[in-house]
Write a protein that binds this ligand. Structure first.
Ligand SMILES: [Fe+2]
Length: 276
């Protein structure tokens, strides 16, 4: 498996506080069946002033240490980049990192307030040639009142990443409901740990994968943790990767897809056509 979202780098954000914790987490990843991890520290103006060059240096240093410790885990660079002004400028200048320097970039919106002009924000990223990956929409407190927007973004080419712990109940019933619903509706592209520590928010991708497999089948579960993440690392076009299959493909009697996903008019159509 490949994990595209975690806070493994020591002492850079609210993830691993020091190298000892990073090493414990790295061993947990390996034991869990993960071969490659994207180190994605927060980039959040006003709170976490991490920058691309610094993240690259720290990833190289941690990779060296893993090799010294004989921990077979490959690291790639990335960032958990929060919605901020001049996001595209940050990508172009290298201040914000995409995943393994690919066209795919994690984008984290505010947890408690739906940003104004959310769709325009994602449109601007897509126009610049990137595929935005919305991080853990299932955990946003405003998802229930703005789910139509998330569906429109997804229909237009934004990918959705949900957290493995959400599927196992680690983030509460609300997050679990939305994670399962999005999975059932074929709205989820990537499953990732968003691991921060070895105990409370630990590397738990296999448990999430198993929970996903029970809802959408083994093949789609594999796509969530391997096929699409590998495609991201290889900078594949999204159109060359399997589209998410919901529960109806696995179990045709279970659910129906939202009508909005088929809307090809207006804003959504413009954005979708960028990827075709
Ligand atoms: Fe994160």
């Amino acid at each position: 498996m490949i994990d595209l979202h975690c806070h493994l780098l020591p002492g850079i954000d609210d993830g691993a506080p020091d190298i000892d914790v990073s090493l414990v987490m790295a061993r947990q990843f390996v034991a869990d069946g993960v071969s490659t991890v994207a180190c994605t520290p927060h980039i959040l103006p006003g709170l976490y002033h991490n920058t691309g060059p610094d993240i690259r240096q720290r990833v190289a240093a941690l990779q060296n240490r893993l090799e010294e410790e004989s921990i077979p885990l490959r690291l790639v660079c990335g960032a958990d980049a929060h919605v901020c002004p001049d996001f595209v400028g940050g990508l172009r200048s290298g201040r914000i990192l995409s995943l393994a320097d690919s066209r795919y970039v994690l984008v984290e919106p505010p947890h408690h307030v739906a940003p104004q002009r959310l769709e325009q924000f994602f449109f601007d990223i897509a126009v610049a040639g990137y595929v935005p990956i919305l991080t853990h929409p299932e955990r946003l407190t405003w998802i229930s009142s703005h789910y139509d927007k998330i569906i429109r973004l997804s229909a237009a080419g934004t990918w959705n990443q949900i957290t493995s712990g959400s599927l196992t109940g680690a983030f509460g019933r609300n997050a679990q409901y939305w994670a399962e619903r999005m999975l059932d509706e074929g709205q989820v592209h990537i499953l990732a740990t968003d691991a921060h520590d070895p105990i409370r928010r630990m590397p738990d991708l296999s448990r999430g994968r198993d929970a996903a497999a029970r809802r959408v089948g083994e093949q789609e579960a594999q796509h969530l943790v391997l096929t699409r993440p590998r495609g991201v690392l290889e900078n594949e076009l999204p159109s060359n990767l399997p589209a998410p299959q919901g529960a109806s493909a696995h179990n045709p009697a279970s659910v129906s897809s939202p009508a909005a996903a088929n809307d090809d008019s207006g804003f959504v159509g413009r954005l979708r056509r960028l990827f075709n």
